[in-house]
Design a protein around this ligand. Structure first.
Ligand SMILES: Nc1ncnc2c1ncn2[C@@H]1O[C@H](COP(=O)(O)OP(=O)(O)O)[C@@H](O)[C@H]1O
Ligand SMILES: [Mg+2]
Length: 267
């Protein structure tokens, strides 16, 4: 098994009742495996956006973000991050929540998206990660503190971008030479019609076909793309698992096929 940390992404959909995924993270940590948590906050961002009169709109599975949406996202993600760090800390795993602006942890750049015909798709201030200051995460881990990362990040000119948490987790994992990327969500893995079990494995070609057929849609699209990018970037393994189920993060790290879907470059 590779030496780097496990990067565990906790989806907004499970962050609220992410007890199972967090318990798994705690179990790994107690076994001496370094872990970095990256989190989303979809429902919390939507809730606060609506409260301030900003309706949520999704384009290609990504939240369309104007400057106010990014501001609300940074606030909502901070709340989610603090709650996760607090829950971990109370369970005996001292954790620190930080965003892209803290110690310049993450630098963003605009995400340029095209549709099938190659026409540009406007997603507003949605970014992708241009750089990760891995030494910040390394220093926290070396001090015995588990980093909890929320993915709003500044570009070099200071403009803030909203980065999809799956994407950010993939970049953090690649930058850290992670042993594994585990995306915890609210489904058991990649589901396909006519099967009750998720795919045990999915490679790049299959993923492309499933996206084209519309079987992989919405929030699953960035997940699959993030996993493919992570494995291409040298991460040991990339998994999509059900974060509401106990033991799945540990199962994924041991390569147990029942953990969820393992995304592989080619099979
Ligand atoms: N083929 C698929 N298999 C499983 N889930 C899918 C698939 N296609 C789309 N989805 C959707 O992706 C969602 C997970 O993404 P998302 O809602 O962004 O959650 P998270 O907060 O964990 O990022 C699932 O709840 C499901 O509705
Ligand atoms: Mg999502």
């Amino acid at each position: 098994m590779a030496e780097g940390p496990a990067v565990v992404k906790v989806g907004g959909a499970v962050a609220g009742d992410g007890a199972a995924a967090l318990a798994d993270v705690g179990a790994l940590w107690r076994r001496g495996i370094p872990v970095v948590v990256v989190h989303g906050g979809g429902p919390e961002i939507t809730r606060w956006s609506e409260r301030v009169g900003l309706p949520a709109r999704f384009v290609a599975g990504l939240r369309y973000s104007d400057a106010d949406t990014v501001a609300v996202a940074e606030m909502a993600l901070a709340r989610v991050g603090k709650a996760l760090a607090f829950a971990l800390t109370r369970s005996g795993v001292p954790a620190v929540s930080l965003g892209g602006r803290d110690a310049a942890l993450l630098t963003a750049e605009p995400l340029v998206l095209g549709d099938e015909q190659g026409h540009p798709v406007d997603v507003g201030l949605v970014g992708r990660i241009a750089a990760v200051r891995v030494e910040v995460l390394g220093a926290l881990l070396a001090a015995g503190l588990l980093p909890v990362v929320g993915p709003v990040a500044p570009a070099p000119d200071g403009t803030l971008y909203n980065v999809n948490a799956d994407d950010a987790a993939a970049d953090v994992a690649a930058a850290m030479g992670a042993r594994a990327l585990v995306l915890c969500t609210d489904v058991p893995g990649i589901l396909v019609p006519g099967r009750s079990e998720p795919l045990a494995r999915c490679d790049a070609a299959r993923a492309r076909a499933l996206v084209a057929e519309g079987v992989i849609s919405g929030g699953m699209r960035p997940k699959v793309q993030a996993c493919l990018r992570a494995v291409a970037g040298g991460v040991g393994a990339a998994w999509i698992v059900d974060g509401r189920r106990g033991g799945v993060v540990e199962a994924a790290l041991t390569g147990d096929a029942s953990a969820g879907t393992a995304v592989v470059a080619a099979s």
